[in-house]
Design a protein around this ligand. Sequence first.
Ligand code: FRU
Length: 454
Amino acid sequence: MNKSDAYNLKYHITPPYGLLNDPNGLAFFKGQYHVFHQWNPGGTEHRNKCWGHAVSSDLVHWHRKGIALEPSEWYDKDGIYSGGGAVHNDKLYLFYTGNVVRADGVKESYQCAAVSEDGESFYKMGPLFEHPTGYTRHVRDPKVWKDQRGNWWLIVGAQREDLTGDTLVYKSEDLSSWTCLGSFLEHDDAFGFMWECPDVLQFLENDVFVFSPQGLSEAGENYKNPNQSGYITGKITETGKFEGKLSEFKELDRGFDFYAPQSFEAGGRTIMFGWMSAMTEEAERAVPTVQEGWIHALTLPREIEWTDGVLVQKPLRELQSLRLDGIQGDIQQNDVWLLPSLQAELIIRFSKLAGNFRMVVRDTVQIEYDREHNSLTVWRTNWLTNEQEYRKAVLTHRLSELQMFIESSSLEVFVNEGEEVFSLRYFLEDIVQRSVLLEAGGNEGKVSIYQLQE
Ligand code: FRU
């Protein structure tokens, strides 16, 4: 069945059919950007996981390559789960978790590698190492990087036998023989029951440890999604330990739909993609695209910077090349703007902040700024319960800019040039509804709206 215009995403990476989840194996190799992703080409449920593959020369326009890795061996026969990529000696290495369900029903996982010389066909190298004792079978999502001294490091999400989340760290000199150095972030207290998709971002001043803990309880405005993705700041020691405080864990994205992000470095930049979903299985089943035989998308690529002591996430600057016609104007008190198409970018730059501010995108997603508390709240209609639900972030700086990437069924809101991001899906059958209502509340500024290339 074809994807309908009401829901299809044109400038995001989506599966041609089937189910997409985590971004995997991100790499720049032989002049091309490679994005792999978890993919069930056979249906919209979470099973039969393969790695889908898309390549690009500009990180904006993508060409699909089909399946890069699929279950075929005893060590990955029930799923090629998530992992990262690495380029070494002119070869592209992919690290992944082989998922196995034995004949007696017992489940096992193996950390594996595959290698390619052309970035198209991959040769499986098999399992890399055994897991240490003290952990359950939930060990997955290897991510690999090289340090300044030429050592390779691998971290992998894990669950301790006491059913608490952890991350294991391994070291190697040649990408094939690995030594386990124990827990990456030593901690006694429980922080969720499993840590998925660990990652490391390295900046001059700091290292950042990103992971997706499952099972955190909601706390105030935090941890409202079924599972979280966030980071802590610290330093990696020479012995492969991350020195940082779990109590400083901060969510990467404040929206409803963001999970399992992965980063890579290219041309001196740190670029991240996430999976634009943090839905329960029940909510997934009710997503209208399931009727069209596909579900989910990756987020747009973001550039991650460390600026003035904080992590900042900006939409990749190359995305500006998607801009077609634009319209500009002043914010009026109560104003309705029309999106030129269902693929649009909208930027509001405030010059004077005098009061609250409210906007409604396509008569369905509401964004409210509360000046007294300096907080931004995004509301959407939950498509399962039909009720309004919200996510909220208290800003560090006064609201100065909102930059939004709007597609027929997705919205990414970058606040104050990357201080916070809200990513979400919404579903509206009516493709004619393109209004954006602005209630300026005495605030002044400029609005720019661009039609984006499909
Ligand atoms: C995260 C995750 C990973 C796993 C993959 C399976 O969304 O559960 O931990 O490798 O998805 O598709």
